[in-house]
Design a protein around this ligand. Structure first.
Ligand SMILES: Cc1cc2nc3c(=O)[nH]c(=O)nc-3n(C[C@H](O)[C@H](O)[C@H](O)COP(=O)(O)OP(=O)(O)OC[C@H]3O[C@@H](n4cnc5c(N)ncnc54)[C@H](O)[C@@H]3O)c2cc1C
Length: 450
């Protein structure tokens, strides 16, 4: 059978691309390496009905595609729990605070405000679909976000709070990304307030039944077009078609291919003929972030009774940068979720699972007291251990990548088109961005074949 298009990867990007093409009457095959759809969106369901999102979970204002899809798939959203006091864990002390402003010295607060405003102002100038054309792009791309912080942060507390916040947004240290990448990411998600906040921000809503429910239901609409357990190992282009070969030695042929996986994974596929050098070298330069998403599950959200939101921001003395209340909407369980990210996650990667669990649990106990000592269950997901993801939330551009490789991230190579949240101009790194990239790649295919 000759397909009009083969889509590789059944995350939100691949599912969106496949659906868009099928709706336009195209013959489509969607190949997925795992035994499930959803990719970086993955919900685990326990026998008692409790569920946890081990991957992507939140959506917020301006993410119109995913809100519309959730509505269409009849997956209700609910507000992220955001009531009560928060904790800041800094310099060996825990302090409670209300609202958005942590209880730290005024000089640090003013410094944080200055840095956030300055980054937002610079981000407003970014050209989102061509970041390399941003005014002063070369300079912004030749230094790291860390060097920006070195210049503009003058107080230790301000640096600790900013780094915990940026680690949580980017899932890598400020030393790993260029200033241009940071500004592009901020612009693609509107501004820093939107990225950092729950209310009116990217963390505003969660999905009833978990985020993967949306992907599962979407995939049911065109189930017959999807082959699971089919990791693609080789893409072979001829003048007239493309052959896609899977690890289980199946060959499928199409006029066009959409590769809807992160650049770091694109680099693990063999291409015949080899990819052009710019594209190949680009894929050597977009590493995935490092995240261990940690869960402690309790019979009730006991912290709420004490007027606590479940939210903590913690300095380098802890493994977890931030925590959130991830209980279900009816609070039938109390679920604390902690992000162990970037350098803090890398420190724990080599530890045996039991030791890792012990270390993380010590953090939950330090933040929430004796009541946190005995969860019904502790569990975690380390995305760097996942063969078909190899880190998260997303691939990030280090210094030099945007300005040296420009459109190599998205420019089709013959009959191969590129999708995935890393290629999105809006909400890059998020579910919404994945969907936008899938629509864009599907449109490219239709434009070529019309
Ligand atoms: C812990 C975590 C927290 C996050 N939090 C949020 C959040 O709260 N909100 C938000 O919007 N986003 C969040 N994200 C990011 C979001 O999940 C991703 O941006 C989005 O899901 C990416 O979708 P995608 O389709 O581009 O890629 P993926 O979801 O990675 O899909 C790619 C698919 O391709 C498959 N694949 C890979 N290689 C091959 C191959 N060779 N052959 C065949 N198939 C292959 C993979 O198995 C996968 O299913 C989070 C991610 C993680 C991991």
């Amino acid at each position: 059978m000759l397909y009009d298009a083969i889509v590789i990867g059944a995350g939100f990007a691949g599912l969106t691309a496949a659906r868009t093409l099928i709706e336009r009457g195209k013959k489509v095959l969607l190949l997925e390496a795992r035994d499930r759809v959803g990719g970086r969106v993955y919900t685990h369901h326990f026998a008692d009905g409790t569920y946890i999102d081990l991957g992507g979970q939140w959506i917020g204002p301006t993410q119109d595609r995913i809100y519309a899809l959730a509505k269409e798939m009849k997956v209700p959203v609910f507000a992220t729990y955001n009531e009560g006091k928060k904790t800041i864990a800094l310099n060996g002390k825990l302090k409670l605070y209300s609202g958005l402003i942590p209880k730290i010295d005024v000089a640090s607060l003013l410094n944080i405000d200055y840095v956030l405003k300055r980054l937002d102002k610079l981000a407003s100038r970014v050209v989102p679909d061509k970041p390399w054309q941003t005014p002063d792009a070369r300079r912004l791309d030749s230094a790291t976000l860390a060097s920006f912080l070195d210049r503009h942060v003058w107080f230790g507390n301000a640096r600790q709070v900013l780094e915990a916040g940026f680690d949580t947004v980017f899932a890598c240290t400020p030393a790993e990304i260029s200033i241009l990448q940071a500004l592009f990411y901020i612009k693609s998600g509107t501004n820093l307030n939107t990225l950092l906040n729950i209310e009116n921000g990217a963390q505003q809503h969660r999905f009833e039944g978990g985020a993967q429910t949306v992907a599962n239901r979407l995939s049911k609409c065109f189930e017959a077009h999807i082959l699971l357990n089919s990791p693609v190992t080789h893409i072979l282009q001829t003048e007239t078609s493309v052959q896609v070969i899977t690890r289980n030695a199946q060959t499928h042929t199409a006029l066009r291919v959409i590769v809807a996986i992160p650049p770091a994974l694109c680099a693990r596929i063999t291409y015949t003929p080899p990819l052009p050098p710019l594209r190949d070298q680009l894929t050597q330069r977009v590493p995935m972030g490092t995240v261990i998403k940690c869960y402690a599950i309790y019979p009730t959200p006991f912290w709420r009774a004490n007027g606590h939101s479940g939210q903590v921001v913690a300095d380098d003395a802890y493994h977890l940068q931030t925590t959130f209340d991830n209980s279900p909407p009816d609070a039938s369980r109390g679920i604390l979720m902690g992000f162990c990210l970037a350098h803090r996650a890398r420190k724990l990667l080599a530890l045996p699972p039991q030791e890792r669990q012990h270390q993380i649990m010590q953090n939950f106990i330090a933040f929430f007291g004796k009541a946190a000592e005995k969860p019904l269950l502790y569990t975690e997901k380390c995305w760097a251990e996942e063969e078909w993801t190899r880190g998260c939330y997303t691939g990030m551009m280090p210094p030099g990548a945007w300005t040296n490789f420009t459109d190599a991230l998205t420019r089709p190579v013959g009959r191969i088109h590129w999708a995935g949240t890393e290629t999105a101009a809006v909400w890059n790194g998020y579910i919404e961005g994945a969907m936008q990239s899938g629509q864009r790649a599907a449109q490219e295919v239709m434009d070529m074949e019309s």
